[in-house]
Design a protein around this ligand. Structure first.
Ligand code: ATP
Length: 233
């Protein structure tokens, strides 16, 4: 498997001068095509900061970061924007637009890509919602859906354009055990079908077993995964 994301000696700080605070230290990480990698660790250890860097959502400051073959250090806003077309994002709060139906929310993601024909968009969006088990909720507004159903719409929206990478930040945090499990299993199945790489940040020990690999963070450093966390899954 080839590397799809490679970080080498990646560091990051917030603030300037006396207020500067370093939150990532010399991160070395390689993520290969098709892998499901879970990033876990205590609150404030830098997981979200690392995830946003690896997803091209913020500029890298030092070290080296290659995403889909492109060096991100010093990349322009345009280059980052183009890169993001190949990445699907799923967040804790699903961020669906409340005035659009499930289908319209998914369709909107397709409209950002010019590789799909206008007349096909409705059918593609509906098929994707069917794939996440929402065939009977296609024309519902988010307010009429449960938390788990909304998160499944968010998954459909992220995966519908067949991105090469999915980044998910605490996708099960707001869900009960059963819904959380359903959501990650759907992500896992679809990513496997599409050959997509998943990088997922979570505190949720109940879903650690879906990962091919668990990466553990502490105080801004990658550390060997404690055996305890793996067996607790
Ligand atoms: N925009 C920002 N400006 C200043 N400091 C920030 C900013 N974002 C994060 N931090 C700080 O960076 C550190 C790492 O935060 P980050 O959100 O990456 O951790 P995390 O491991 O994802 O935490 P959690 O599990 O609680 O979400 C924290 O000390 C946080 O306060």
């Amino acid at each position: 498997m080839s590397a799809i994301i490679t970080a080498h000696q990646l560091s990051h700080h917030f603030g300037e001068g006396q207020l500067q605070k370093q939150v990532l230290f010399d991160i070395d990480l390689e993520i290969r095509a098709g892998e499901i990698v879970i990033l876990t660790g205590p609150s404030g250890s830098g997981k979200t900061t690392l995830l946003t860097l690896l997803g091209g959502l913020r500029a890298a400051q030092s070290g080296s970061l290659t995403i889909l073959g492109q060096e991100i250090l010093g990349a322009s806003k345009q280059q980052l924007g183009k890169l993001r077309c190949n990445i699907g994002y799923i967040f804790q709060a699903h961020n669906l637009l409340s005035f659009l139906t499930a289908k319209q929310n998914v369709r909107m993601s397709l409209e950002l890509h010019d590789s799909f024909l206008e007349q096909d968009l409705d059918a593609i969006a509906s098929n994707m919602l069917t794939a996440v088990g929402l065939a009977d909720r296609i024309n519902y507004y988010p307010d009429a859906l449960s938390g788990g159903q909304r998160q499944r719409v968010a998954i459909a929206r992220a995966l519908v354009s067949h991105p090469k990478i999915i980044l998910a930040d605490e996708p099960t945090a707001a869900l009960d055990k059963k819904s959380g499990r359903d959501v990650v299993e759907i992500m896992q199945r679809l990513a496997q079908e599409q050959g997509c790489t998943i990088l997922l940040v979570t505190h949720d020990n109940r879903i650690l077993d879906i990962a091919d690999r668990i990466v553990y963070m502490e105080d801004g450093y990658l550390v060997p995964t404690p055996a305890l966390d793996v067996s607790a899954a």
